[in-house]
Design a protein around this ligand. Structure first.
Ligand SMILES: Nc1ncnc2c1ncn2[C@@H]1O[C@H](COP(=O)(O)OP(=O)(O)O)[C@@H](O)[C@H]1O
Ligand SMILES: [Mg+2]
Length: 367
């Protein structure tokens, strides 16, 4: 499993689905590099029915080496997006590097590709050139083999109707957001290809909770009531920022509550970094975000673009922004915290949890 975003989310969903059908081994967290992949292999018991490996990269050539160790029967590329642009000439070069995963697929294996992604045709060509006999696609596209028919997006879950390799399924997905519904199509296609019972797989998805820092919701006890924290602090790039702001936009606020985004820098974007940060203004406005807190030199570009009514507060780094965020929260608010790992937005999440200890996590249903 590789891709620009969605690897860990998709891997954890797949882990949940496969675990319900047989002994399963999967990468821990994002153990996806030249340490994590061999370690995951070394730890894999010989008895397992299924093993799921996350493979990541920052540079061309990395995936080729790692996938030859794993030798998967099935490979998936979740999506190709402009991340790590710093190290690539452009999006096509990123697609070419992701396509290295085909080089390690076992003879007779299959690949699962995102039909809605602009790089689909390019990846498909690479897969054919690598001699992969079966290319399965997922997405909203009419020709997708795992096709989204309909999705109802709710604040904390989605109801999905899909056709997976000619079989119709309707299921509840316990992780909200359209992007997660798309990931779930890939998961069900993989489960089907791996010989799982599709109906059971779809049922399992109603119990798989978001991975750490990727959208967990927690109640915060604040004066006069409760607020909701959405922890997106694990990582960020333009695609996942837009996705997280969309989830925030769908969250229902109570009483005088507001939709609040607390955003840190998205790193490794190269020379377009400022522009990509400023570009978040559309997602902020389209999703009715009421108040935005920004930290970091790159988020300054978004801060400058915000209308004055939406300006919550700005600071140079996460630690200096904390007190402003803490001071602003009131009952009924929904607060989404997100930034690249290096932006340390996790410290703001930790402070909010400590300052406003809520009851149990809202989504402690992980399988
Ligand atoms: N298909 C997707 N499109 C856009 N954003 C996504 C998608 N899947 C997951 N995300 C978001 O991207 C961020 C990183 O997700 P993760 O699953 O950890 O990806 P990766 O392992 O590839 O870094 C999270 O904020 C997550 O909610
Ligand atoms: Mg990951």
């Amino acid at each position: 499993m590789t891709g620009s975003v969605g690897k860990t989310s998709t891997k954890e969903m797949l882990r949940g689905v496969l675990t319900a059908q047989g002994e399963t081994h999967a990468s821990i967290a994002s153990f996806n590099n030249h340490w994590g992949v061999p370690l995951t292999l070394a730890r894999c018991p010989a008895t397992v029915a299924y093993a799921v490996f996350e493979i990541g990269m920052n540079h061309a050539g990395e995936i080729a080496t790692l996938v030859r160790m794993v030798r998967p029967h099935l490979a998936v590329i979740t999506t190709v997006e402009p991340v790590h642009l710093e190290f690539f000439s452009g999006i096509q070069a990123i697609a070419d590097a992701k396509a290295e995963i085909f080089q390690g697929v076992e003879p007779g294996g299959a690949v699962v590709l995102n039909r809605d992604n602009a790089q689909f045709a390019r990846l498909q060509k690479h897969a054919k050139a690598a001699g992969i006999p079966r290319i399965i696609s997922f997405g909203e596209h009419a020709k997708a083999d795992a096709r989204l028919r309909d999705v109802a997006l709710h604040p904390a879950c989605s109801a999905v109707h899909a056709t997976i390799l000619k079989q119709d399924v309707t299921y509840k997905l316990a992780i909200p957001g359209r992007h997660m519904a798309m990931n779930s199509l890939a998961v069900l296609a993989l489960a089907q290809l791996a010989g799982c019972d599709l109906a059971v797989a779809a049922l399992t998805l109603s119990r798989v909770a978001p991975a750490a820092g990727r959208g967990q919701r927690r109640p915060l006890d604040v004066s006069g009531g409760e607020a909701t924290l959405i922890d997106e602090s694990y990582n960020a790039n333009p695609a996942s920022m837009a996705a997280a702001l969309a989830v925030l936009g769908r969250s229902s606020v109570e009483g005088k509550g507001r939709r609040i985004a607390v955003l840190g820098d998205m790193l490794e974007l190269g020379p377009d970094g400022g522009k990509l940060h400023r570009g978040l203004i559309d997602a902020v406005n389209d999703n009715d975000v009421d108040l935005v807190f920004c930290c970091g030199p790159l988020m300054r570009h978004l801060w400058d673009a915000l209308s004055s009514g939406k300006r919550g507060g700005y600071a140079n780094d996460a630690a200096s922004l904390e007190s402003q965020v803490v001071g602003a929260i009131r009952a009924g608010d929904v607060i989404m915290v997100k930034g690249s790992l290096g932006s340390k937005m996790k410290t703001i999440v930790a402070t909010l949890e400590k300052r406003f200890p809520g009851s149990a996590a809202l989504d402690d249903a992980a399988v």
